[in-house]
Design a protein around this ligand. Structure first.
Ligand code: ATP
Ligand code: MG
Length: 281
């Protein structure tokens, strides 16, 4: 089982869109995927239609019990794709967590629950775009952190400062038995302006200088209306836009490249070919 947490200290960069679409792509490749909505604003929970209109439980039970029970899991209408919904509209969970000495490890511990080990190949956790105990717990639960970054100068600066703060804050947790996974930054919502290209190149260079604490992936997700359209239709974007005319690659192509770069053992596996064999992860 491989665990990703999608995180960024900046809001509105595309975390939920990326989590949902990556999860749906992996599910269509044949992996059994569990999405966890660890944002108190439940965007991921509402992203795809759920098979049940009233989930029995969700994030609150998962954090408070420190365990994912079967009631916490709600199937989406898509095969192989389930979700732990966010059910904390008043935002009590971050406060609850703050008072716990094991706040950094609660989510990590929950991912060892009987209800999920052996039942899922991949877990993807979405987080809120603000620093807080829930975001920290989600970051410490992952094997790999994925962080979308928009190539705009202010966002890029904020990304760098925010990411370094996150790493400086959480890397010492390794001493307590939880190693912070590597961070993979994804240049996200890149448009075709010169400015965006220059900034994207600058981001890559900056992180090379930081000696590998953050790797910038080769795959960049373009700014394209397909992502918004697919969200409105509540469809995985790789199903919504399979082909595209022009220089911007289709969402189908981009999402595959991203998945292959994040999980190299999946290279050559396509969403609809049914060619995935369990055991490659
Ligand atoms: N590749 C893309 N191209 C264009 N628009 C996009 C793309 N990806 C996402 N968007 C749009 O950007 C907006 C923000 O995306 P999203 O909600 O995923 O960000 P977020 O980081 O989860 O935000 P928050 O911090 O509020 O949770 C949405 O309207 C979404 O449809
Ligand atoms: Mg979000």
């Amino acid at each position: 089982m491989i665990k990703f947490t999608v995180t960024s200290t900046k809001g509105g960069v595309g975390k939920t869109t990326l989590t949902a679409n990556l999860g749906a792509l992996l599910a269509d490749m044949g992996l059994r995927v569990l999405l966890i909505d660890a944002d108190v604003q439940p965007s991921l929970s509402k992203y795809f239609p759920l098979a049940s209109s009233s989930p029995a439980a969700g994030l609150t039970e998962m954090i408070v019990r420190g365990e994912i029970t079967p009631a916490c899991i709600t199937p989406t209408v898509y095969q192989n794709l389930d979700v732990v919904v966010s059910d904390d509209p008043e935002g009590n969970l971050p406060h609850w967590l703050l008072n716990r000495i094991d706040r950094g490890f609660r989510l990590r511990l929950a991912l060892q629950s009987k209800a999920i080990t052996g039942s899922y190949d991949c877990i993807l956790i979405d987080t809120q775009g603000a620093v807080g105990p829930l975001q920290d717990a989600a970051a410490l639960a992952a094997d790999i952190l994925v962080s979308p970054i928009t190539p705009e100068i202010l966002s890029a600066r904020e990304f760098k400062d925010g990411t370094m703060e996150l790493l400086d804050r959480l890397e010492p947790s390794s001493a307590m038995g939880a190693t912070l996974g590597p961070m993979k930054a994804v240049i996200y919502r890149q448009d075709r302006t010169i400015d965006a290209k220059v900034i994207a190149a600058g981001i890559r260079e900056d992180f090379i200088k930081l000696k590998g604490r953050v790797t910038v992936l080769d795959t960049a997700v373009p700014h394209a209306k397909a992502y918004k359209e697919a969200a409105t239709l509540r469809l995985p974007v790789h199903r919504h836009e399979r082909r595209r005319e022009g220089v911007t690659p289709s969402a189908y192509t981009v999402m595959h490249q991203l998945a292959w770069e994040l999980i190299p053992s999946l290279e050559g596996v396509y969403a609809d070919a049914g060619s995935f064999h369990r055991g490659v992860l």
